[in-house]
Design a protein around this ligand. Structure first.
Ligand code: ADE
Length: 238
């Protein structure tokens, strides 16, 4: 899986994504993350890539030409046009299902805006997907791009050492993950639930499922509602 990240702050993205699990997957050749500095495509002699918005208003806008040329540089090198994701509070909210779907792509381009945004004309020309990571406003698209790259990468086969863990945790089937325990058996007077020490796989599985349900109902009633309506729909179809 190859990620191309168009940004004015490549070092921010590179520093954040070359450590831990993602860093190891890059070294293993399972992923590659290439940053493209939009400033390098400025035709202005001072390397300027922003300007005032027509009609007035606060702040500066990233201009169309350097953004377009940075995108074109990637597309011409590849000989095809991968999906181009623009990080913006104006898109649908990123979800696990979207991460799973995007992990099937061979390449993805992320476009990170800064300042007050990007000239609308270049967005119309190159963007295929508008995606938000939540209902709050950040100073730029770099952190959202990093969030997405991380979540998508761990759905790429081989990136997680334990294949099962990509599909058994929170948000799979709209349920949150059950609580987990490691050694010692007792800590601060709290014991690990007996069932987990029993070695009885069926009972453990049932207990975990029960805990997932309890936890989802309590902590995320919105997910619980979705889970219930889905499972009701499924049993209705049978
Ligand atoms: N850019 C600024 N805020 C953002 C958000 N919440 N999601 C995606 N991109 C953004």
């Amino acid at each position: 899986m190859k990620f191309y990240i168009l940004t004015l702050f490549p070092e921010m993205v590179e520093n954040g994504l070359h450590t831990s699990i993602i860093g190891r997957a890059i070294e293993a050749g399972l992923l590659s993350i290439e940053t493209v500095n939009i400033r390098d495509f400025s035709t202005n002699k001072h390397g300027k890539e922003d300007d005032y918005p027509y009609g007035g208003g606060a702040g500066m806008l990233m201009q169309a030409q350097p953004v377009y040329d940075a995108w074109k540089w990637v597309v011409e090198r590849l000989g095809r046009k991968p999906r181009c994701i623009y990080l913006t509070p104006q898109g649908p909210t990123f979800q696990q299902a979207m991460a799973r779907e995007l992990a099937l792509e061979e390449e993805l381009i992320f476009l990170c805006g800064h300042y007050e945004g990007i000239d609308e004309r270049v967005l119309q020309e190159i963007v295929t997907d508008y995606v938000s990571i939540g209902d709050y406003v950040l100073t730029g698209g770099e952190l959202p791009a990093m969030v997405m790259v991380d979540a998508i990468s761990r759905m790429v086969p081989g990136v997680l050492s334990n294949e099962a863990s990509g599909s058994t945790e929170s948000f799979e089937n709209d349920l949150l993950e059950y609580p987990q325990y490691s050694r010692p058996e007792e800590w601060m007077g709290k014991r690990v639930p007996e069932v987990l020490l029993s070695g009885h796989h069926k009972n453990i599985e049932n207990w975990r499922r029960e805990q997932s349900i309890l936890r989802t109902r309590e902590r995320r009633p919105d997910l619980w509602e979705r889970y219930q309506s889905k499972t009701a729909g499924e049993s209705g179809q049978k």
